[in-house]
Design a protein around this ligand. Structure first.
Ligand SMILES: [Zn+2]
Length: 210
């Protein structure tokens, strides 16, 4: 599983999965909206970039972005730290992509349909950030990033991945459900983005600082 989120358990119930069934969880980063339900998975081992812990402990958590950091610290026996890129299992690779946070990582998965990249919070909106389909009246996605220059590097790489046919799967948009015909979605992009900005209370920024 990638990220534990803060949403309802409806998807688990529908799939007939119990939280105890989950053995491995990769956290793209430790912001609360990605990790909030981590304590509900009693048998899972968590894979986190080592520098993400350092970053959250030294900087981000001071701003209130990671109230769950204490939970991870007190459950270190269930945390495996990664330094940089690492293939955890055949076809499932963690790739350090610091920008949104210092230890943010992507998860690359080799599927029958090609490479899928779970990009966490590097991308909020594929058309605007990777296809540059902005126009008059379009509101650019806002948010935050730790390192804007690194973010631009990561977006450049992901633009090429998109052009090569890789599936790009961001966290805070439902647009890929239609783009890649991924099945049932529980909301739409506009609702998801609005809910996200409400939940973070962060002001929108001009292009790219996602
Ligand atoms: Zn985040």
């Amino acid at each position: 599983m990638v990220n534990t989120g803060t949403g309802s358990d409806q998807a688990f119930e529908e799939e007939g999965i119990e939280p105890e069934d989950i053995k491995y969880i990769i956290e793209t980063h430790l912001d609360i909206d990605h990790t909030g339900k981590a304590p509900l998975f009693p048998k899972a081992t968590f894979f986190i970039q080592r520098r993400e812990m350092a970053f959250q402990a030294s900087y981000w958590s001071k701003l209130g972005h990671s109230p769950d950091l204490a939970w991870f610290v007190s459950n270190l026996d269930r945390v495996e730290f990664i330094d940089g890129d690492m293939e955890l299992f055949p076809g499932i690779k963690c790739v350090l992509a610091s920008a949104h946070t210092d230890g943010h990582q992507h998860v690359e998965v080799q599927t029958d349909a090609g490479k899928a990249i779970l990009v966490g919070d590097t991308v909020y909106d594929i058309p605007l950030q990777l296809e540059e389909k902005a126009g008059p009246g379009v509101t650019l996605p806002g948010g935050n990033c730790f390192n804007r220059a690194r973010l631009l590097d990561e977006l450049f790489k992901l633009k090429w991945e998109l052009q090569k046919g890789s599936m790009i799967l961001p966290t805070h948009t439902y647009e890929p459900f239609d783009r890649y015909k991924l099945g049932k979605k529980r909301s739409d992009k506009r609702t998801a983005m609005k809910a996200f900005h409400r939940s973070t209370g962060r002001p929108s920024e001009p292009f790219g600082c996602a």
